[in-house]
Structures are given as C-alpha cells and as structure tokens.
Design a protein around this ligand. Sequence first.
Ligand code: FMN
Length: 351
Amino acid sequence: MLFEPIRFRNTELPNRIVMSPMCMYSCKEGVVNDFHFTHYTSRAYGGTGLIIVEGTSVSREGMISPEDVGLWNDEQAEALSKIVKHIHDNTETKVGIQLAHAGRKAGTRNGEQLALEDGGWETLAPSPIPYKPEERVPHELTKEEITEIAQQFAAAARRAVNAGFDLVEIHAAHGYLLHEFLSPVSNERTDEYGGSLENRSLFLMEVIAAVRKIIGEERPLFVRISADEYAENGWDLNQSIELCKSLKTAGVDLIDVSSGGNIHGARINVFNGYQVPFAAEIKKQVGISVGAVGLITAPQQAEEILQNGEADLVFLGRELLRNPYFAVQASFEMKEPCFFPRQYERGRPRQ
Ligand SMILES: Cc1cc2nc3c(=O)[nH]c(=O)nc-3n(C[C@H](O)[C@H](O)[C@H](O)COP(=O)(O)O)c2cc1C
C-alpha cells in the first residue's frame, strides 16, 4: 500500500510517504534560501509522495525563533514559490506547507526563551501562563487580537495558494498557539474561547473556516494535533476524538496525529511507532483520514501501519533527514513503482 496513490480532493499523492514538517531554523527575515531549496528538492528527487514544508509562521510574533520560515509578506512567498515550482516541474511530489503560530513558545533559540535584549519579544497566549515557570508571562489575547490572528492564517494561506502549494496543514499541536487554546492547562479564559471543549476549540474552528474560504473546495486541508499532552486533567485522546468529529464536519481532509509539547517536563514513553495507536483510534472513532508519525523508520513498518488500517499516510521526520532517498529505496526493495529521476536511470538496481 505504501506505493498506492491516494487522492484528497483534487490532489493525488503518488505514494503514502510524507515528509513531516521540520523546522530548519535557517532563514533570515523568514525568507527561505539555497539551503531550503536543496533540502526540499532532494526529498522530492528521492520519491517522497508529499513534502510538508516546515512550520511557517503567519506573523513575526508567531515565530518559534528568529530563523523560522515566515509567510506574512510577498518576498517570503516568492522565495517559497521557486522551491514549489522546481518540485512540480521535475518530480511527481506534491508540496504542502504547515502554517503555524508559536504563541507562548515563540521567541526562542534551541528551546530557550530569548531575553528581550537578545532579540526576544513579548509572546501571546490564551491566558497569562508561561510554558516554563522562569519564562516571561505571555500577553493574554483580546477577542480582537484572536480575530486578527485568524486573519493572519488566512492571509498566509492566500500566499501559499499563490505560491503554488498543493495543500495547507494547520499546526494545532506541540504546545503552540492553537494547541494552547485547546488545552485546559494553558487556557483559563472565561469568555467564549475558554471553558468547555467546544469553547476551547472555537479559535481552531475559526482558523479552519477562514483558511478553507481562501484555499477553496479543491485543495486539501490537513490539521496536525497533539492527541495527548501527557498531563493529568490536560488535553487527551477523548477530547481529541471529539475535536476531530468537529474537524471532519468542517471539511478537514486529514488529521496528522502527533502528541505532546504543551507541558514542560512531561514524561513521554517513546518507542517505535509510539503515536500510531492515537492515529488508529481517531481513524476508527471518527472515520476521518489520518497520518501516523513518530519513529517510523523502515519500509516494512510503514507498510504494516497502512495494511493494519491504522493510518492512511505515514509521516517521516528524522529518517528523511538521514536518507532523502528513503522512498525510492523502499520502492526498489519492495519492487514497487516510484518516481526516479530520469537522469539517474542507470543507477536503477537490476531486478
Ligand atoms: C528538526 C526537527 C524539526 C521539527 N519541526 C517541526 C515542525 O516545524 N512542525 C511540526 O509539526 N513538527 C516538527 N517536528 C516534529 C516532526 O514533524 C515529527 O513529528 C517528529 O520528529 C517525529 O517523527 P520522526 O520520529 O519520524 O522524526 C520537528 C522534528 C525535528 C526532528
């Protein structure tokens, strides 16, 4: 199944192998450069079915670090469009982009919050609760500011469409702004954005609606969530399932199922495929397409996840950092068809 094409709306992926979004922290002013061009086009030449470009901030304050990719101006969009065009013109890979806002986890370097005098900035959050106790207290967003950020997601989505991206993924995981609203640990609001699960989900639902309006009915929309944040009375699988029912109704095409990131010091038991059961449960309970991610490193392991009906796509992160040719090599091993650059034909293994 790994090399069976799959369609989401008007976009057909040539196979089920996805490059998981991974921040490279290598931009100036949010503009991608030759490093990113080489990095992403290599994974496309390696046969990856779908590349999701790293967490890309919808605003300056939303950057995890000053070196993040941004998509709030035309220069940033233009630089990204060159990568997308090259991949479309030369390979079969489809390209998406993950739109993000880091919320209270913005303004860091190597995971440490930057002091204001070192280029840090005031962070934004649903409630004035820092991620780590020693960090600055984030600004509690007003309703007007929440609406403004939803519009920033929409504006970035418009630039993504114009830059030629095939799909958009909204980052609502890993303790960044949208996840902060979902979790009762980071959201103590008393207005319509806090309290019940429905209220905590409202901001994400508004972002989804605003982005869908821009990208239209033909382009797929994915959402990455943390299915569990490993905290007592925190965000968990049951709430994720309820949220995903609403996301399905709202026309989201796939849930990219990750976990963690909102609770500093949370203990996570990490092992091969450790997040796959979350994806499988969401797929089963909600009847929506899901992506599995987390320590998937071997073709047979990926194939099994698909064969077991646990996920529709497999997302690979670090394995694709080690091996940009993962997909095409897997296809040789499994004797399945996969894109291979015509220039490299003489390197094809003899069957
Ligand atoms: C260098 C690096 C950067 C990452 N950046 C992002 C990101 O921008 N957005 C995101 O949702 N996850 C990010 N992640 C998480 C990965 O997408 C993936 O979920 C995680 O690495 C687990 O998959 P793996 O075991 O295949 O690496 C990052 C991971 C790494 C290693």
